[in-house]
Design a protein around this ligand. Structure first.
Ligand code: 2HG
Ligand code: ZN
Length: 480
């Protein structure tokens, strides 16, 4: 990549105006570091275009000058996917001002939104039209739909509705050379050649900049039942999942697993959190049934299913929420685990997925290994068990052990991911690759998969200007 033209700022200002070009210095700081503070970058400039035309003009300029572009959404990546490198030669292109809701069609169950809309904004827009947009994440107030698309985000309702990719009907994308791929289809059936939009979902801005999407809407949720269930072990949790799916005719929308240690961290570090059970249990499941029919007595279904499981000794205890307040208190216990974990000190994160049928066996192998090989860490494996997705995290036992734990990051990652691979799982279930897991992708993808990915990259971004260093090493960077 060549150094930027000296008059770059003037050229950018001519495209995005004064309001779209951040002043150098303090204003740019939030765009240069990731939310976990793993990476600290520098940038040529930070631009915030307010229209697709402006994004396209910025990319044309960058393509001509061979300037690298780092698309930036709500900055909630766990893998440094939106942070520029330390060269100071990359341009950060933030989508926050591209945040209009373009249309809602409640009959066709489709909403068109620009990339900079927050997920919460989209959920609220769907709700105001009497519909439902199901993607749901802890960071929904600040993450942007463009980032959700670019990383193929998951979250807590994948079990029922699928991941971000499953919720998309069409995309508008600005390509690396500034051309606009207009694909905001509202169609559910459209077999016209390659599924081009799918390439950009999960590509983390390495193939182009997603500027808008048409998203699927669903019937509004009108009945809901939520329970916090105490179980003895992971096999019991997995058995409960199968039992609830059958008992509720597939109306389970969330099924989250938490070990006692995760709950203890939340109780210690999050204001107002309290243990709803009288005494500790080894594991907890937070499960929710939902339906579009207000008349569906989901609490009765849940009570009967859990009552039967209790009688047969399959679960240790269960609480069904009796108010929205109580339901939210249950959810806060789950959603605050990442915040509690980061307040407790250093942690190693592994965002893994496995066939649900092999989760228990995996944990039975991996937990004792962590216990002996990582004496300064404690395993906190929790997450979206309904999707086979565990956040297999290891927290430092005390602040004094942060450095020792972090010093083991690489060897622990290697061991955990190799075991995941042996079990037919994935080392990145829902957080993407970013810059953190580029080497992992190279290690675990097959040579043919990597070659196909590089061919796609070469076709769409021949000069390698789109988010270099993320997902895939490309061009000169391939053989450092
Ligand atoms: C969650 O499920 C997020 O809470 C964060 O994906 C997971 O902190 C993590 O490892
Ligand atoms: Zn998660």
């Amino acid at each position: 990549l060549t150094a930027a033209a000296p008059d770059l700022r003037a050229q950018l200002r001519a495209i995005v105006g004064e309001a779209g070009l951040l002043a150098e210095g303090a204003a740019a700081v939030p765009y240069l570091t990731d939310h976990r503070r793993l990476y600290q970058g520098r940038a040529l400039a930070v631009v915030l275009p307010a229209s697709v035309t402006e994004v396209a003009a910025v990319l044309r300029l960058c393509a001509a000058a061979r300037i690298a572009v780092v698309p930036h959404g709500g900055n909630t990546s766990y893998c440094g996917g939106a942070t520029p490198d330390a060269s100071g030669q990359q341009l950060v292109l933030a989508l926050a001002r591209l945040n209009r809701l373009r249309s809602i069609d409640a009959v066709n169950d489709c909403l068109i939104a620009e990339a900079g809309c927050t997920l919460a904004q989209i959920q609220a827009a769907a709700q105001s039209a009497g519909r439902f947009f199901p993607l749901s994440l802890g960071s929904q107030g600040s993450c942007q739909i463009g980032g959700n698309l670019a990383t193929n985000a998951g979250g807590t309702s994948v079990l029922r509705y699928g991941m971000m990719r499953d919720l998309v009907l069409g995309l508008e994308v600005v390509l690396a050379d500034g051309r606009v791929l207009e694909g905001l289809s509202g169609l559910r059936k459209d077999n016209t050649g390659y599924d081009v939009k799918s390439l950009f979902i999960g590509a983390e801005g390495t193939l182009g900049v997603i500027t808008a999407a048409s998203l699927k809407l669903f019937p509004e949720v009108r009945a809901r039942a939520t329970a916090l269930v105490a179980v003895a072990d992971v096999p019991a949790a997995v058995a409960l999942l199968a039992h609830l799916k059958t008992a509720s005719s597939e109306r389970v929308s969330s099924f989250e697993l938490m070990p006692r240690l995760a709950l203890e961290l939340t109780l210690r570090h999050i204001d107002g959190a309290r243990d709803p059970f009288g005494h500790p249990h080894p594991w907890y499941v937070l499960c929710e049934l939902t339906s579009a029919r207000a008349a569906d007595a989901l609490d009765v279904i849940l009570e009967e299913a859990l009552g039967g499981a209790l009688e047969h000794g399959q679960i240790e205890d269960a609480l069904i929420s009796t108010s929205e307040r109580e339901r939210q208190a249950f959810w806060r216990l789950r959603e605050n685990i990442p915040a509690a974990q980061s307040r407790a000190g250093a942690s190693l994160k592994h965002d893994i997925s496995l066939p649900v049928s092999r989760l228990a066996e995996f944990l039975a192998r991996a937990a004792p290994w962590i216990e002996t090989a990582v004496p300064e860490g404690r395993l906190i494996a929790y997450g979206h068990v309904g999707d086979g997705n565990l956040h297999f995290n290891v927290s430092a036992r005390s602040a004094g052990e942060d450095a020792a734990l972090l010093g083991r990051a690489e060897s622990v990652r290697r061991w955990v991911h190799d075991l995941v691979c042996e079990f037919g799982g994935s080392f990145s279930a829902e957080h993407g690759i970013g810059q953190l897991k580029v080497a992992e992708l190279e290690r675990y993808a097959t040579p043919v998969e990597l070659a196909v990915m590089r061919s796609i990259k070469a076709a769409l971004d021949p000069h390698g200007i789109m988010n270099p260093g993320k997902v895939l090493r490309f061009g000169a960077a391939e053989n450092p």
